[in-house]
Design a protein around this ligand. Sequence first.
Ligand code: C2E
Ligand code: MG
Ligand code: MG
Ligand code: MG
Length: 294
Amino acid sequence: IVGHLQRTTVKEYGAELLTRSHMVFELQGALDGDARHGVLMAHYQPQVDFTHGTLIGMEALVRWQHPVRGMVFPNSFIPLAESTEKIYQLDMLVLVQVCRDMRGWLDAGLPVVPVSLNFSRRSLLHPQVIADLTAELERYAIPGHMLEFEVTESQLLETVELVAPRVAEFRELGARIAVDDFGTGYSNLDAISSFPFDRLKVDRQFVSGVAGSEKVAGLFQLIQGISELFKAELLCEGLEEEADLLWLAAHGADRVQGWYFSAARTPDAIVRILTALRDRAADEQPLSVAQLRA
Ligand code: C2E
Ligand code: MG
Ligand code: MG
Ligand code: MG
């Protein structure tokens, strides 16, 4: 029996390895623009301030439209891209698309809002990143302050002595820095205080269910206090339920991103949202919560 089990395990492991290396091969193809391996493209998820009734930004989230697998979500290929050193190419591909999309929206006279991009630690620390970022901003004539770079708390706080000077270089270009998935790392306050950041994104686990759990609510308020201490803007991720929205409203947390308002949308859908915003700009009224739900 043991022998049989071992054979099965080895066989399955072999199949897994084949799948993994095949996926790496396909990912490289997609990164190089070979459409046989599908297309990598960013969708955008709106970020709103529901108290002031405004669209405050959008987060670019990469999707892999694969001819056989269909839409593949980042959690199944970002770690692979990170471990095989393809992540810089991927993050730059998204950056270029974002700059190109924003240029198109600006040229069409649409009310463009800042876009947040996810950057892996490896991309943030890449020796070429400042030169490449500067070149893309110039190529598409996008002001640096229209971009924000999100790095997860755990990746950002690892070796701050390397990260801090690079964060400063991003901010010199006008770009903003956000700490993503805050509360899921070690939340090392000493490390966090060693460089300036603009926004703290509260992880979904401290937002979802906040209305119904004293523990979640307590942790949320702790994070809110940290954001105030560091004078960083707070943005809540993963809001799905109205009860949680009401709780956040009562606790002064106005900036949110989540399926309650909208999931990530294709660039075409974003054009429709921005067009609707432009066409109503004349009558100054802030948008209601219902109107913000795209
Ligand atoms: P993240 O940056 O924390 O992004 C938020 C994730 O939560 C996204 O998943 C988003 O679609 C999802 N989400 C948004 N609202 C809700 C909600 O109300 N409920 C729930 N359950 N989920 C919600 P997604 O798009 O699958 O991305 C997963 C992660 O992949 C991202 O987490 C980010 O860390 C990474 N990622 C995405 N795009 C890129 C990229 O271009 N480069 C890099 N390096 N990482 C990326
Ligand atoms: Mg993010
Ligand atoms: Mg997050
Ligand atoms: Mg995340």
